[in-house]
Design a binder for this molecule. Structure first.
Ligand code: GTP
Ligand code: MG
Length: 262
């Protein structure tokens, strides 16, 4: 006999042997209501994750556009890589717990700003500020929070430019403002942060204090090199010969190729 898989017959006091002829079992409304809520919650949660994932796409595209524009205008890419991530369900649960909040879609959307995260890695420090400004001034972007850990590094030496932005995402039935955490840093800062991150996840590291100290020294050296690299690049740019008329013409043609090809 086939029954509704969501409502096993035994759970509803349905005696299979005695009621061989009964086809439609009676529904236990309490259980039905519980399951309906559960399915509803799961669907809402999945939709919420989908919305954050779309918000990532929106902001990622903005950085891709800025990179292409910069490439055509200045013949170099300020961005070397873009990575994104959606916060895992366990991390969302942990963070809500730490804030003393229940696991609901509403609580996530109102209280967590880092469910959608984008990390933009650049070669030079001045590109970080250029990109942050270019993003912030876009009409559809609202900057909720900014933290400049480059001008004000963390005591351990951590450096990066952090922004929480809100971006409208257009769905078939609604437009939703979604929060996205953006981290912009240089290759060197990223290199440092990934090593320091590894240390955080190690349980017991011998010479922990010494390692922390070494990392802080590395962070200072990295910051000095980042600054020097920026200055050297500017010197090179300044010393570039003025192009001939023919070179200007060829450059214009090259730009057309890029604009059409990309
Ligand atoms: P969270 O509650 O952890 O999200 O911190 P917050 O809301 O105070 O934000 P903050 O801007 O300080 O940090 C957010 C993110 O930046 C973290 O989730 C990390 O990805 C990164 N981050 C911040 N501090 C450090 C650090 O000391 N080391 C490394 N490796 N990453 C860091
Ligand atoms: Mg975080």
């Amino acid at each position: 006999m086939t029954g509704n898989p969501f409502f096993p017959l035994e759970e509803m006091g349905f005696d299979a042997e005695e009621n061989q002829m009964m086809v439609i079992p009676k529904v236990d409304h309490a259980i039905y209501e519980q399951r309906r809520k559960m399915v509803g919650t799961v669907v809402d949660y999945k939709e919420m994750r989908m919305r954050y994932s779309c918000a990532i796409k929106e902001v990622r595209t903005k950085f891709d556009v800025l990179n292409s524009e910069f490439n055509v205008r200045y013949r170099r890419n300020p961005i070397t890589s873009i990575n994104s991530r959606l916060k895992s369900s366990t991390s969302i649960l942990d963070k809500l717990n730490r804030k003393g909040l229940a696991f609901t879609v509403e609580n996530v959307e109102k209280n967590l700003y880092d469910v959608a995260g984008i990390r933009v890695v650049c070669s030079y420090v001045d590109d970080i500020y250029g990109l942050a400004q270019a993003l912030a001034k876009q009409d559809d972007i609202t900057v909720i929070r900014e933290k400049d850990y480059i001008k004000n590094p963390k005591p351990n030496g951590y450096r990066s430019y952090h922004m929480i932005v809100s971006v409208p995402v257009f769905f078939s039935d609604q437009t939703k403002e979604m929060a996205v955490e953006v981290q912009i840093r240089t290759i060197a800062m990223d290199f440092w942060a990934s090593l320091e991150h590894q240390l955080k996840y190690k349980q017991e590291v011998p010479n922990q204090k010494e390692i922390v100290g070494s990392l802080t020294v590395c962070a200072e050296q990295i910051a000095a090199i980042d600054e020097q690299m920026c200055q050297v690049r500017r010197q090179i740019e300044r010393s570039e010969d003025l192009p001939t008329e023919e070179e200007i013409l060829l450059e214009k043609l090259r730009k057309i190729d890029i604009a059409v090809g990309e």
